[in-house]
Each structure stands twice: as structure tokens, then as C-alpha cells.
Design a protein around this ligand. Structure first.
Ligand code: 5GP
Ligand code: MG
Length: 178
């Protein structure tokens, strides 16, 4: 990697947040047979840890909608692929790695709402409130972060770093010189 990153959230801290989100989900969703929809690629690690923490019967499936190249969100959202379940009357929880502009989440919600789910919730590992470009209500948020570029725990920098168990922040943000 040609950039320097510094540790932001060690895995133990992430796990703590996941455990408290899972406890909240138990209150909200136990007995409702929810279907979790994890957004690939970035959410794979958050989804795996969250699913291990959730102790009630539930299902999970995976979709893909990519809108990010390098370090700038281009705002162009590609088609959704991989939705393989009937979601009508189901309680849905979208699992996302990070909400930045919120545009991809908004697009996904609009798409899923057409299929008339019983309810639609969003769980995201990280959220950048200052970057949000459209109104969005987030039900479960791991960490609110500044408008900085993050890597690790599913988040990549040009394909690398998804395998890190901790979350890192780019040491020098674009336009900043050291
Ligand atoms: P949006 O701008 O639509 O909310 O974000 C779309 C996608 O961009 C996210 O799901 C994530 O995959 C990617 N993204 C947004 N911010 C970051 C970031 O700080 N680091 C990385 N690696 N990806 C990001
Ligand atoms: Mg994503």
C-alpha cells in the first residue's frame, strides 16, 4: 500500500459494539424471523461477526451494489445483484459496512421497498454523518466517524486491507501534505 494508515478501532472495541447491537436486535427482532441482507463486498466481516452475536432464529443472504472506486465515491450506483428471496412481509435488516453519502443505501432501500417487506432496518458498522447527502434513518450504528477514509474490517483501499481485523484511518487525507 502506498498510503499510511493509523489504528482507529481495534477489533475488541468493534466486538463490544457488535454485542450491544445484537442485544438491541434481540429486543427488536426476536420471534420475527428476520432476514438479514448483507451488502458485499465490504460488509462481509461485520455481517459474519454480527450473525455470530445474534442468538435468535434468522436468515441471511447477500447482495452486491458497488459505487466506489479508489478513494472518492462517484455517486453512481450500479444495479443490485443477488437478491434470491421473496422479501414480501419479511422483517428485513440491511447490513452495510459504512454509510458515507448514503446514496447507495437510499437506492437499495427504494429498491427493496417495492417488494413490500413488513419492516426495513439498517445496520451499519461505521457512519460518516458529515458526508450524508440524503435523509436516511439508521437503526443500528457501530461507530460514528469523521469524514475520513477508512480501511480494514471489510473496507478496502483499492482492493487491499479488507482482511484486517481492526479499522484504520488514512493518516494523510487527500489534499493534506505531511
Ligand atoms: P455511499 O457514499 O453510497 O454511502 O457509500 C458507498 C460505499 O462506498 C460504501 O458502502 C463503501 O463500500 C464505500 N465507502 C464509503 N466510505 C468509505 C471509506 O471511508 N473507506 C472505504 N474503504 N470505502 C468507503
Ligand atoms: Mg458497502
Amino acid at each position: 500500500m502506498d498510503k499510511r494508515f493509523k489504528l482507529l478501532f481495534p477489533h475488541a472495541e468493534i466486538q463490544k459494539r457488535i454485542d450491544s447491537i445484537a442485544a438491541q436486535m434481540t429486543k427488536d427482532l426476536e420471534g420475527k424471523n428476520p432476514l438479514f441482507i448483507a451488502v458485499l463486498n465490504g460488509a462481509f466481516m461485520f455481517a459474519a461477526d454480527l450473525m455470530k452475536a445474534v442468538q435468535f432464529p434468522c436468515e441471511i443472504t447477500f447482495v452486491k451494489m458497488s459505487s466506489y472506486r479508489g478513494m472518492e465515491s462517484c455517486g453512481k450506483v450500479q444495479n443490485l445483484i443477488g437478491l434470491d428471496r421473496d422479501i414480501e412481509d419479511r422483517h428485513i435488516v440491511i447490513i452495510e459496512d459504512i454509510v458515507d453519502s448514503g446514496l447507495s443505501m437510499k437506492t437499495l432501500i427504494n429498491y427493496l421497498q417495492d417488494f413490500k417487506p413488513a419492516s426495513l432496518r439498517i445496520a451499519c458498522c461505521t457512519y460518516k454523518p458529515a458526508a450524508l447527502k440524503c435523509p436516511l434513518s439508521l437503526d443500528y450504528v457501530g461507530f460514528e466517524v469523521e469524514n475520513l477514509f477508512l480501511v480494514g474490517y471489510g473496507l478496502d483501499y483499492d482492493g487491499y486491507g479488507r482482511n484486517f481485523e481492526d479499522i484504520y484511518v488514512l493518516a494523510e487525507q487527500p489534499g493534506q501534505e505531511n
